[in-house]
Design a protein around this ligand. Structure first.
Ligand code: PGA
Length: 244
C-alpha cells in the first residue's frame, strides 16, 4: 500500500499564495514513492485544482455538510467540493470537533455524504493531552472510530493526538506504534478484512526532520501535515521520506 502524504492548509492561503505552495508540487511529485494530496481552504480549491490538473497530486476539502444542497448558510456540500475539483475531504479534524462541537454521529453522517459524492474521506481521531495523561487514549480513539466510521468504510483514518498538533511535540515512535496497532485491530473488528486495507495516517507536528522515523512505524500509512504543508519544499521533504 502506498503511503499518503496529505497537506492540510487549514485557514491559510490567499489567491497569491496558492501558486507558490501548490505550483512546485507539480514537478516535485515526479517519481515519488507516495501519493500526494493538498487540502486548501474552500476559496482556493478551484485555483489549486487548476494548478495541479493532470498531475499526480490530488486536491481535497477540509470539511463538508451532511446535505447535498439547501438552506445551510455558510456551509459547503460534498457535491460542491467535487464540482470545484476536489476528490478527497478531511472530516472530524480535532479543530472542528473543538471549534464547532462536531460529534462522532455528525462526522459519520458527513462521511456518508462524502462517499455519496464520490469523495474519499479522511476521518480524524485523537486524544487530548489530559486524556492521554489519564491513560484514556485507547478508549477515546476506539469510541471515535466506532462512532465516526459508517459500516463498509473504505476511506482513510488519521490519528492526530491533539497535543501534538501545531505544538512541535510529536508522539514517540513507541506511542505511535501502539496506537496504530490498536487502530488497526479496531478497524478489523469493525470492518472485517477490509480494515486491513485502510491507510492510517499519523498527524501532529510532522516535519522533514522527523518524517522518516514516523513513516517507518508499522501500520503508519502516511502523514497528515498542517504547518509544514504550507511550504512546498518542506511538504516535498516529508513526501520524499515516505516508503513505497
Ligand atoms: P501540524 O497540524 O502539522 O501543524 O501539527 C497537523 C494537522 O492538524 O493536521
Amino acid at each position: 500500500m502506498r503511503q499518503l502524504i496529505a497537506g492540510n492548509w487549514k485557514m491559510n492561503g490567499l489567491s497569491g499564495d496558492a501558486a507558490a505552495i501548490a505550483g512546485p508540487l507539480r514537478p516535485g511529485s515526479d517519481g515519488l514513492a507516495c501519493d500526494l494530496l493538498v487540502c486548501p481552504p474552500f476559496t482556493q480549491i478551484v485555483t489549486v485544482a487548476n494548478i495541479l490538473v493532470g498531475s499526480a497530486v490530488a486536491v481535497g476539502g477540509q470539511d463538508c455538510h451532511v446535505n447535498e444542497k439547501g438552506a445551510h448558510t455558510g456551509d459547503i456540500s460534498a457535491a460542491m467540493l467535487r464540482d470545484a475539483g476536489a476528490s478527497w475531504v478531511i472530516l472530524g479534524h480535532s479543530e472542528r470537533r473543538a471549534d464547532h462541537g462536531e460529534t462522532d454521529a455528525l462526522i459519520q453522517a458527513k462521511t456518508r455524504a462524502a462517499v455519496a459524492a464520490s469523495l474519499t474521506p479522511i476521518v480524524c481521531v485523537g486524544e487530548t493531552e489530559a486524556q492521554r495523561v489519564a491513560g484514556q487514549q485507547n478508549t477515546v480513539v476506539g469510541g471515535q472510530l466506532t462512532g465516526s466510521l459508517p459500516p463498509g468504510f473504505a476511506g482513510v483514518v488519521a490519528y492526530e493526538p491533539v497535543w501534538a498538533i501545531g505544538t512541535g511535540k510529536t508522539a514517540t515512535e513507541a506511542d505511535v506504534a501502539a496506537m496504530h496497532l490498536f487502530i488497526r485491530e479496531t478497524l478489523v473488528r469493525q470492518l472485517g478484512d477490509a480494515g486491513n486495507s485502510v491507510r492510517i495516517l499519523y498527524g501532529g507536528s510532522v516535519r522533514p526532520a522527523n518524517a522518516a522515523s514516523l513513516l517507518s512505524v508499522p501500520h503508519v500509512g502516511g502523514a497528515l501535515v498542517g504547518g509544514a504543508s504550507l511550504k512546498a519544499e518542506e511538504f516535498l521533504g516529508i513526501a520524499k521520506a515516505a516508503k513505497a
